[in-house]
Write a protein that binds this ligand. Structure first.
Ligand code: M6R
Length: 599
């Protein structure tokens, strides 16, 4: 949610900042802006829409300098207008800031500043920071920023520039900030993807830390002013991981990366019939597991709940993080709360993990982004190692999350003296090759996409472990193609959604040959009888389905518990190809952002 980048060094800062913005654009694309600081003035260029609009604007062409900050916005306070685009400056144009997060007390601060004579030009919460810095400035830029942010409540990653100073100041509370270390040049950003082109040596700011960044280095301090020695990390991915590598969109590339990403989440964790996880938590004393997540990650949690109950034999709940954090649920040290998040930044999932921690529960994360906010707060966890996921619609993270949850359930089972079922490990190992064979079926899925692209609504139905797959298939389609889609438990269809079905109404079924299979066949017949258009994802497309479906997408067989990992792949592809056929911007669907760092 909002991307920020800053640069100090000897290069043309405009080019460095624009390159960074392009890589950050998946975090928000309502507007973009850049500020170059010189001895004379702060030069600010902003425009509504994508980075390309900023780039082609007349002002940018005339800009040159070696220190600057930039921002790509996902609007929270105020519409996506030029006035509301970042960077925001103070009254005199001496200070400029870019901000990621939410300033909860901005209304009071704004009122206070207006009473002191400050003039505001935007409707954003962020602009107060620039005016607060102006208010506190008495010759020390650092002191002014420190005093300004001490008044701010909420979540923020802020980078500030001051006219005439070859220096940037960054502050972090909840929203991520990473400093990139170069040779006589330094970078700062909300996400390492923005700077990996220039350096892989990075320092992650901790909560409540402030960094003074000059071309020659950085100093990190606590808000009290006490210096902090920071560990220098290496970005684990390279530029090629965040490029499209010949694919038309990141979403398609990431769908096709799943044989590898599913292999990566297992790597080093399967040893004979043992599951090796360094989760840093003793699960033997756990009496209840609560999985918290949002969106696609919550769908993975719904599958994980069934794994934990079946294999670990522990009661398990899967809750929306946004609901869990405000629920009066008694929690204790006997509870294990698992925060599932691709980005590791989702505000509600972070809030849920912090709540669990403060109530004494054990916490672990199932996270993709190494070093992210959630991964720092939890007691331990499982990294997905899926590589950067750039497409706003989550695909490869989902299949890796499901595998990680399966491993976690087996791990707890082993810790409690149980055995891993014989076929589980061998079936896990076969998943990458089976996913590969589904990807070979792109032609058929494209044909189906061309049949459904004009639909106004589609129903996705599944049962048991594949009910969350129906939810995920529907979410994927609506996110990228803007076709209304609803996932439902197939058995519930008769209690309402069947009213939607008329001749030609598309219904997607997940029909895996498990204990629910016959019941799903009966549900298909019911749709057929009403002349609905039936698309079935099936692992045994035999006689039972013949004549019952308009389209049958065949997937390889595995044990039913792992079938969601295979069944979801054609649904991701169906969503992608439908959106692409409609000519939509698949990687940047309207109104969405990759990391939702606001509640
Ligand atoms: O980074 P997270 O896994 O915490 O993100 C959670 C959701 O915001 C995310 O899954 C969202 O629903 C995606 N756009 C789904 O494709």
């Amino acid at each position: 949610m909002c991307g920020i980048i800053g640069y100090v060094g000897a290069r043309d800062a405009v080019q460095v900042l624009l390159n960074g913005l392009r890589r950050l654009e998946y975090r928000g694309y309502d507007s973009a802006g850049i500020c170059i600081s010189s001895a004379e003035k702060l030069h600010i260029a902003r425009s509504v829409g994508k980075v390309s609009a900023l780039e082609s604007g007349p002002v940018l062409k005339k800009l040159y300098g070696t220190v600057g900050i930039a921002h790509t916005r996902w609007a929270t306070h105020g519409e996506p207008t030029q006035e509301n685009a970042h960077p925001h400056a103070d009254c005199k144009g001496e200070f400029a800031i870019v901000h990621n997060g939410i300033i909860e007390n901005y209304a009071e601060l704004k009122q206070m500043l207006i009473e002191k004579g400050h003039v505001f030009r935007s409707e954003t919460d962020s602009e107060v920071v620039a005016h607060l810095i102006e208010e506190f400035y008495d010759g020390s830029f650092e002191k002014a920023v420190r005093n300004a942010v001490s008044l701010v409540a909420g979540a923020f990653g802020i980078v500030a520039a001051h006219r005439g100073e070859n220096k940037l100041i960054a502050v972090r509370k909840s929203s991520p900030i990473v400093i990139g270390i170069g040779n006589n040049e330094m970078f700062v950003a909300s996400d390492p993807a923005a700077i990996v082109e220039y350096t892989r040596k990075v320092v992650y700011l901790g909560d409540g830390e402030l960094a003074v960044i000059t071309p020659l280095g950085y100093t990190v301090k606590k808000m009290s002013g006490e210096k902090v020695n920071k560990h220098v990390d290496n970005i684990s991915f390279s530029l090629s991981h965040i490029e499209k590598k010949g694919f038309k969109h990141f979403m398609l590339k990431e769908i096709f990366e799943q044989p590898e990403s599913v292999g990566n989440v297992m790597r080093g964790r399967l040893k004979g019939s043992e599951i090796k996880l360094s989760i840093n938590v003793d699960t033997r004393a756990v009496r209840r597991v609560i999985l918290v997540a949002c969106g696609t990650s919550w769908h993975a949690a719904l599958i994980g709940k069934q794994y934990i109950e079946k294999y670990a034999k522990i009661p398990c709940e899967a809750d929306y993080a946004s609901e869990f954090r405000y629920r009066d649920l008694p929690l204790s040290k006997d509870d294990l709360v698992v925060a599932i998040s691709q980005s590791g930044e989702t505000a509600d999932t972070l809030g849920a993990a912090l709540k669990a921690k403060s109530h004494g529960a054990k916490t672990i994360g199932i996270i993709n982004v190494v070093g992210s906010a959630i991964s720092r707060e939890v007691d331990g966890g499982i990294y997905l190692h899926a590589g950067p996921e750039v497409g706003v619609a989550s695909t490869k993270a989902f299949t890796s999350q499901v595998v990680a949850l399966f491993l976690l359930a087996l791990y707890i089972r082993l810790q409690n003296g149980g055995l891993v079922p014989e076929d589980a490990i061998s079936e896990l190992k076969q998943l990458p090759a089976k996913i590969d064979s589904i990807l070979d079926n792109a032609g058929q899925i494209q044909r189906i996409a061309s049949e459904i692209k004009s639909a106004s609504s589609i129903l996705y139905l599944g049962r048991g472990i594949n009910y969350p797959v129906a939810l995920e298939g529907a979410l994927k389609l609506k996110e990228v193609s803007y076709i209304h889609a609803e996932g439902y438990p197939a058995g519930e269809m008769k209690h309402g959604p069947i009213a939607l079905v008329e001749e030609g109404f598309p219904v997607v079924f997940i029909a895996t040959k498990d204990s629910n299979y016959e019941k799903v066949l009966a549900n298909i017949s019911e749709i057929r009888a009403r002349k609905g258009r039936v698309i079935v994802v099936a692992d045994v497309p035999g006689v039972a389905l013949e004549g019952m479906a308009d389209f049958i997408i065949e997937v390889p067989r595995t044990i039913p518990d792992l079938s969601p990992i295979l069944n979801v792949i054609p649904l991701q592809m169906l969503a992608y190809y439908t959106a692409d056929l409609k000519g939509l911007d698949v990687d940047k669907p309207r109104n969405l952002a990759k990391s939702v760092t606001v509640e």
